[in-house]
Design a protein around this ligand. Sequence first.
Ligand SMILES: [Zn+2]
Ligand SMILES: [Zn+2]
Length: 372
Amino acid sequence: MKMKAVVMTEIGAPLRIEEVELAEPKANEVLVKIEATGVCHSDLNALHDETTPIPTILGHEGSGIVVEVGPNVKNVKIGDKVALSWVPFCGTCEFCQTGQVNLCESAFGPMFEGTLLDGTTRLSLNGEKVYHNSLLSTFAEYTVVPEMSCVKLPDEMPFAQASLIGCGVATGYGAAVKAAKVTPGSTVAIFGIGGVGVNAIQGARIAGASKIIACDLKEQNLEIAKTFGATHTVNVGEGNVVEMLKELTGGFGVHFAIDCSGNTNAASTAWQATRKGGTTVVVGAFNPKRELTLPANGFHRVGKNLKGSFYGDVHPFLDFPIIAELYLDGKFKLDELVLSRIQLEDINKAFDSFHNQCCVNVGRTVIEFGGK
Ligand SMILES: [Zn+2]
Ligand SMILES: [Zn+2]
């Protein structure tokens, strides 16, 4: 079929709308009509990344309707409303069999190669191959994705809000609920208040934390953090952060610290501000050239857990519907994360807004295609 899509043809160049050919879904694949897609900072990074296979169609935060299924598809049927996950999993490897589907390796090769799970593509432009992005390529009217990327949501779930669940929302919620396993009445510090951090705050709130302390350099972000459930804020540029967090927690430090910043210094601070026996979760991606430094003195005596978490340890098929139900019950804020709504033709404006200093970095510009 032919469809309108935004094609990245050059590293860093403005994106262009083209008429792209999309082949039909093969076994275990699904054709989805995209209804909403968020424009993420990771899309901006991919646009400027020399290793992105081009030409490609970016976009990895999406929701839509299943319009066709390939052979063997069992998880969804035509007409289902779905949110997309950019971490499809095989279901059979040791990680999948033990419930750690976020650690399944099957998606990583295709993710870097720009293909679907079988190593081939379904996209072409004027007879030339076009690569997929994060196995989703949502900046298009339609997409063919693995069935393990399609998570059925309730029909009442609005598309724009649904489109955001599969990236920063799931990662932040999961960091608090699944990875840290925040407990009722506990104290939690969240480092880095962005698209992941505000959702870690929401996860901690839902898990019943008594104190949720937002830590960031920007006053504006700290103010936003309060609207998502932070009970206290600490500006990390103003004084000794570890001491400030201990002061707020009876001298012990927090039960749980979650670093969403991707900054190794912040992660080290988060660990130092965690009380004995507590848990520090690192969910932000570090610069691979940096090293994480922790004080060696007394390391064995303090009994702390330090855990890295990919995709917030979520299981998309279990956790996306929970987040959707929490939203529909008025307990999880997603409306506030939709900062503006645009058409596909205006996509370059969304990328330009990342360079605008006054652009709030916790939410998303969402591209809509007309569905409700
Ligand atoms: Zn994203
Ligand atoms: Zn697997």
